[in-house]
Design a protein around this ligand. Structure first.
Ligand code: RP5
Length: 169
């Protein structure tokens, strides 16, 4: 079982590194490709239609501007499709957010947030889908959530110490 990550351009790659890192951290295999709904439409369809034979269970599609990649992928598969709207200038992601989220009824795309949280949350959402049928992954995800909580609690404890100031001995 694995995840396919598609990006519309190699200029998108730096913003997807946190997505790759999150999947690696949870030991989830993935493929990543530069494929564009506009510039390589035939190759997108070929990739999407053959992906299930390689064990792909979820697609993550990232694009900026007129972000049609996730929608085109969703039009050619019954697998879950997660769309990451990238915050490119000059409209800083409002264009890609609306392109991703405003799909016509019958062709579902789950839209993530524009900005730094989107790529990480796409990875975590894909893991949650896979964890429905992978108990070991579900355990790793529960550990991830616990560790995230402990990190925040440690930061809160540090803040409380700082606010309390130096203690009299
Ligand atoms: C989109 O157009 C890509 O996802 C990218 O975010 C944007 C610009 O692509 P480049 O002109 O940098 O290749 O399809």
């Amino acid at each position: 079982m694995s995840v396919a990550i598609l990006m519309g351009s190699d200029s998108d790659l730096p913003r997807l590194e946190p997505c790759f890192a999150q999947l690696r951290d949870l030991k989830v295999p993935f493929e990543a490709r530069v494929l564009s709904a506009h510039r390589t439409p035939a190759q997108v369809v070929d990739f999407v239609t053959k992906a299930p034979t390689r064990g792909i269970k979820v697609f993550i599609c990232a694009a900026g501007g007129a972000a049609h990649l996730a929608g085109v992928v969703a039009a050619h598969t019954d697998l879950p499709v997660l769309g990451i709207p990238l915050d490119n200038p000059p409209l800083n992601g409002l264009d890609s957010l609306l392109s991703t989220v405003q799909m016509p009824g019958g062709v579902p795309v789950a839209a993530l947030g524009a900005g730094a949280g989107g790529p990480v949350n796409a990875a975590l959402f894909a893991c949650r889908v896979l964890a429905l049928s992978d108990k070991d992954l579900a355990i790793r995800m529960a550990r991830f959530r616990e560790s995230q909580m402990q990190k925040v609690l440690a930061k809160d404890a540090a803040l409380q110490d700082k606010l309390a100031g130096p203690r009299a001995s």
